[in-house]
Design a protein around this ligand. Structure first.
Ligand code: CUA
Length: 337
């Protein structure tokens, strides 16, 4: 009789455990992992999930068994027997969760500490966030700048994040971690890519009108392709940055439409109509463009709000600013200055 009950409970628990394991394993809940750090986080995730599935199976099996076995018959109006506790059971249901929570704490602590350690051979990438664009600068590679995060495969990188205006947050789901970019602070994040490919790079902190558009890409390349890209980017820089590359590197396209750059942003005014805006503002075209970049609130196009465009572009080096003005005014065909 007693043994029969235990067999029934074990059979129920096994069926429930198999069903929940199937739901956990057969459905791709998370994007594929593409970094060493993400693999460590997944270890913690699976330890916790396995513990949860085991407890769920036990609780669900006992509940279903009790509902079927001990429910009151329609003609049964009597009270249940008085129960005064069970010391052995109480010790067990206190001790077992204490052990499980300790296991979770220790595993999490170890993996998070490993993710936070900057390996000695790590390469640094300076990440600058601003409404509403990302900029990536490579101090070990001649300070080349890119609007997308390019990384060599299997090389640990230490991202140093800064924000020029409000709080943004860096997130590549396949790399498994998020890190805030906070004005006035430098935060850091270590990534060791394990898969070639292009992954979405998302701002995951509500930062203003263009938050949903504050996206870029993380491109993981073979080390030789990365070296070739650095070389080409360095040559581009030393030849004097063309206006088009300044436009791309500063993320102008995430807010503005501008056909020569293939940009289709809708947050700010359409830059294909700059000469009309200049006329309304009563200024010569190039002077108007320069002013609008350095002091965006000097003239606000009808239908747009002040203080949306960051004034931080005024800190661009003069050569880049001139190239950008030339590009936007349509007189930049002869190349950079
Ligand atoms: Cu930057 Cu949201």
């Amino acid at each position: 009789m007693r043994r029969g009950s235990i067999v029934q409970l074990v059979v129920l628990g096994t069926i429930i455990g198999a069903a929940s394991a199937a739901v956990a394993l057969l459905i791709p809940w998370l994007p594929p992992a593409a970094s060493v750090e993400r693999d460590r986080i997944d270890v913690v995730f699976w330890v916790v999930t396995t513990i949860c599935m085991a407890i769920f199976s036990l609780v669900a099996a006992v509940s279903i068994y009790s509902i079927l076995k001990f429910r009151a018959r329609p003609d049964d109006d009597s009270d249940g027997p008085p129960i005064h506790g069970h010391t052995g059971l109480e010790i067990a249901w206190t001790a077992v969760p204490a052990v499980l929570v300790t296991i979770i704490a220790v595993v999490s602590g170890i993996e998070l500490a490993r993710n936070d350690t900057v390996p000695a051979n790590a390469m640094t990438v300076q990440v600058t966030a601003q409404q509403f664009a990302w900029k990536f600068q490579y101090p070990h590679d001649g300070n080349v700048i890119s609007p997308v995060l390019r990384l060599p495969l299997h090389k640990p990188v230490n991202l140093k994040l800064q924000s020029l205006d409000v709080i943004h947050s860096f997130w590549v789901p396949e790399f498994g971690q998020k890190q805030d970019a906070v004005p006035g602070l430098t935060t850091h994040l270590v990534i060791t890519p394990t898969k070639l490919g292009t992954f979405p790079l998302i701002c995951t902190e509500l930062c203003g009108l263009g938050h949903a558009l504050m996206r870029s890409q993380a491109v993981v390349m073979t080390p030789s392709k990365f070296a070739a890209w650095v070389k080409a980017a360095k040559q581009g820089t030393s030849a004097g940055a063309g206006g088009k590359s300044v436009f791309a590197a500063n993320g102008c396209s995430s807010c503005h439409t501008f056909k020569p750059a293939g940009a289709t942003g809708k947050i700010g005014p359409d830059l294909d109509n700059l000469s009309q805006y200049a006329q309304k503002a009563g200024k010569p075209l190039q002077a108007f463009i320069q002013q609008s970049i350095v002091d965006p609130n000097a003239y606000i196009a009808p239908g747009y709000s002040a203080n949306v465009m960051p004034s931080t572009f005024g800190t661009l080096p003069k050569s880049q600013l001139d190239a950008l003005v030339a590009f936007l005014s349509g007189s930049g065909k002869k190349g950079g200055t």
